[in-house]
Design a protein around this ligand. Structure first.
Ligand code: ZN
Length: 242
């Protein structure tokens, strides 16, 4: 398998993982808010843990460049949020009448996937161990996003296949962005710490501004915090042994 094919395959797998979020809706019409909060907490811990790996790798290629990249990553998330803010929709919390809310939900999720595709792509520039960690973190993070999309679509009469399809669709920017991001940091090696910093900044900021507030809104704080801590530590330990 060529490097490019491998990057595309891994990023496609993370996109397909989003479809897993639709599966519970084969059995139930709705998901309890606490379950959504706990899956968000698992995703948050994995993403924060994977970000440690990113910063450690990026620092090896250039500390200031990593910090600069992280700042741009935070800026990118702020920019996409502002772009979407006019619609009045936050991740996982569409408002407004049915069809409009479904459409906005899918748009928000899809736009937000771009930086995750970049994260998967640049992580391959830092070696397979880092790439595996980021791929796992993003894939698991995608499952509650599929849950959130399906939770909006399913009660409005969408078929299970449509829920899976739109969930996967919302993550298609990941395989689409991962390959050019990877090829770029491979061709322009000095860009690698910036790219890795970007991925770390975008992921940490997304956890803090989107995933954790939503989790704390929907479930008791202590179990959410405990899940984040344990998955974070497990992810850091896992990366030490890869
Ligand atoms: Zn996401």
């Amino acid at each position: 398998m060529s490097d490019t094919t491998r990057v595309f395959t891994y990023a496609l797998l993370t996109a397909l993982a989003t479809g897993l979020g639709a599966i519970p809706f084969a059995f139930v019409r709705g998901i309890s808010p606490a379950v959504v909060a706990w899956t968000n907490a698992v995703a948050s811990g994995l993403m924060l843990g994977a970000s440690f790996g990113l910063v450690a790798e990026g620092t090896g290629h250039g500390a200031w460049e990593t910090v600069a990249g992280a700042t741009v990553g935070v800026g990118f998330i702020l920019f996409t949020q502002r772009l979407l803010a006019r619609s009045g929709v936050r991740l996982g919390q569409g408002r407004g009448p049915g069809a409009q809310r479904m459409l906005l939900m899918i748009i928000v999720m899809t736009v937000h996937s771009f930086s995750e595709g970049v994260a998967v792509g640049v992580s391959f520039g830092g070696g397979m161990a880092l790439a595996a960690a980021i791929t796992i973190a993003i894939a698991v993070h995608n499952i509650p996003e599929g849950l959130a999309i399906s939770a909006v679509l399913r009660p409005r009469g969408a078929s299970l296949a449509a829920c899976v399809g739109w969930s996967v669709f919302s993550s298609l920017p990941q395989p689409i962005m991962a390959v050019p991001a990877f090829l770029f940091v491979e061709a322009v090696r000095p860009a690698l710490p910036y790219g890795i910093g970007f991925a770390a900044g975008a992921m940490v900021f997304m956890v803090l501004v989107e995933l954790l507030p939503e989790a704390f809104d929907r479930a008791r704080r202590a179990p959410v915090a405990l899940i984040v801590c344990l998955t974070l530590v497990a992810m850091v330990v896992f990366q030490q042994y890869l």
